[in-house]
Design a protein around this ligand. Structure first.
Ligand code: KE4
Length: 430
């Protein structure tokens, strides 16, 4: 028994599934999760001192790579002054201003402690601001685990085959209309029937929780149009895409201005941080200014703000996103070429430093049903063969992968060599 196996046995005695978030449990890929003890740059090190090239990046936050020296030293310095005061601090305003300058659609912002809190709050604001109850989301999109949004959700819910969680009152679920991603006709049809009851649309502008599915041309534009026509709010859930697919997120890439944006992951630099923000008139409805209540003990705590601010300062460097995007594109092209050489049906999607791959002969994956028709058994073989060779991918076919600024040619060469073996294993029907 190696260290991870021993630790997992202990963890399962006191935590459900031995984890603090379901998708980490390896239930979809078999075997035991690996217990890591250290990260540095593009690498993670497990309790048996094995080294892995990491493409999970803590599910997105670690765009700089693990333990970036400037982020770590800034946190250490901030910690010397105390961890949390439950009172306003200057650094909250500094980070808020920086985000508003990077994403102009955000005129005001509220810090929270997770993406779930951000999206849960944004939904409440949309309902409070419009006086309407219904919300539109898309199948395979995941917006965290608040009741209204755990309806046909992606990510861990989909991984475990439970896109609709127990414990969500039917009165909540019936207020959530779930449509097909990249299907503007269906959106227009639903709004023509119930547009005046819909408080808002929440969408991942690049879906990352049914693996990576970019928006087809016209899809986001359609969402903007129907929200304008029927007085609903357009909420871009950029928890994953914000500061990831581009500095200004997907809204800058596709040129669509949402009414509200939710953020997380990269903006915390690895610390627990989320945020929601948008039009000033809408944000004025948030307590203590307005009647939509939202609060949080550790929201905006100085340590998390320090990590986030340092991270955003570093990713503003000229060429940062161009390099990551080129590297990711090149990695996907290499994997595609290796799969083609091995005769394995395979296709990839990539936006900036975020990517997805599918064992399917569909040329371009654009929606949930296509993803569900891909060969998840082949994914499992590929995942485990890569892991055995020291390449750590997300343990689910319904998650995106992430390239950091710390990934370079050495790491890509290791990845490509491992992938060659993995595709050959699939070819031989291992
Ligand atoms: P958190 O509450 O996990 O911080 O954020 C929820 C969330 C909201 N919106 C989007 C687009 C997200 O991707 C997420 C969380 N992402 C998953 C990974 N696909 C978190 C991993 C996990 O659940 O352990």
């Amino acid at each position: 028994m190696n260290q991870s196996e021993a630790l997992f046995a202990e963890a399962q005695k006191v935590m459900p599934g031995g984890v603090n978030s379901p998708v980490r449990a390896f239930q979809r890929v078999g075997g035991n999760p690996i217990f890591f003890k250290k990260g540095k740059g593009a690498y993670l090190y497990d309790e048996d001192d094995r080294e892995f090239v990491d493409y999970v990046g803590s599910w997105g936050p670690m765009i700089l790579g693990h333990a970036h020296p400037q982020v770590i030293s800034s946190i250490k310095a901030a910690a010397d002054n105390g961890l949390s005061f439950g009172a306003p601090t200057a650094i909250e305003t500094e980070l808020a201003k920086k985000i508003c300058s990077i994403m102009p659609s955000i005129e005001m912002i509220r810090m929270v402690n997770s993406g779930t809190e951000a999206t849960m709050s944004a939904i409440r604001i949309a309902r409070g601001f419009t006086g309407r109850d219904k919300i539109v989301k898309f199948e395979g999109c995941y917006h965290g685990h608040s009741d209204s949004l755990l309806v046909k959700a992606g990510s861990g819910a989909l991984t475990l085959g439970e896109p609709d969680s127990l414990g969500v009152p039917s009165s909540f679920a019936e207020k959530t209309l779930t449509l097909e991603y990249n299907n503007p006709d269906q959106v227009r049809e639903v709004f023509s029937q119930a547009g005046d009851e819909i408080a808002g649309i929440i969408v991942e502008p690049v879906a990352g929780n049914m693996s990576c599915i970019p928006p087809e041309k016209g899809f986001l534009e359609c969402l903007r149009e129907v929200c304008d026509e029927y007085g609903a709010l357009l909420i871009f859930d950029e928890v994953m895409t914000g500061f990831r697919v581009a500095l200004g997120g997907a809204q800058s890439l596709y040129g669509i201005q949402p009414d509200l944006t939710t953020l997380g992951k990269v903006m915390g630099g690895g610390m627990p941080v989320g945020a929601f923000g948008g039009r000033r008139d809408i944000m004025h409805s948030v307590a203590p200014l307005g009647a939509v209540y939202q609060a949080g003990t550790l929201s905006g705590n100085p340590i998390a703000m320090t990590a986030g601010l340092e991270t955003l300062k570093l990713i503003e460097a000229p060429g940062f996103f161009e390099t990551i995007s080129e590297n990711t594109q090149s990695l996907m092209a290499s994997l595609q070429s290796l799969a083609d050489s091995a005769g394995i049906p395979f296709t990839t999607n990539q936006v900036g430093g975020m990517f997805g791959f599918f064992f399917s002969d569909t040329d371009r994956m654009t929606n949930f049903s296509q993803v569900m028709s891909s060969d998840t058994g082949a994914f499992v073989t590929f995942f485990n063969t890569m892991l055995e060779q020291g390449i750590s991918l997300a343990p689910s076919p319904f998650e995106s992968g992430f390239v950091s600024a710390a990934h370079g040619q050495t790491e890509f060469s290791k990845t490509e060599a491992a992938a060659k073996s993995a595709f050959e294993a699939l070819q031989q029907g291992v």
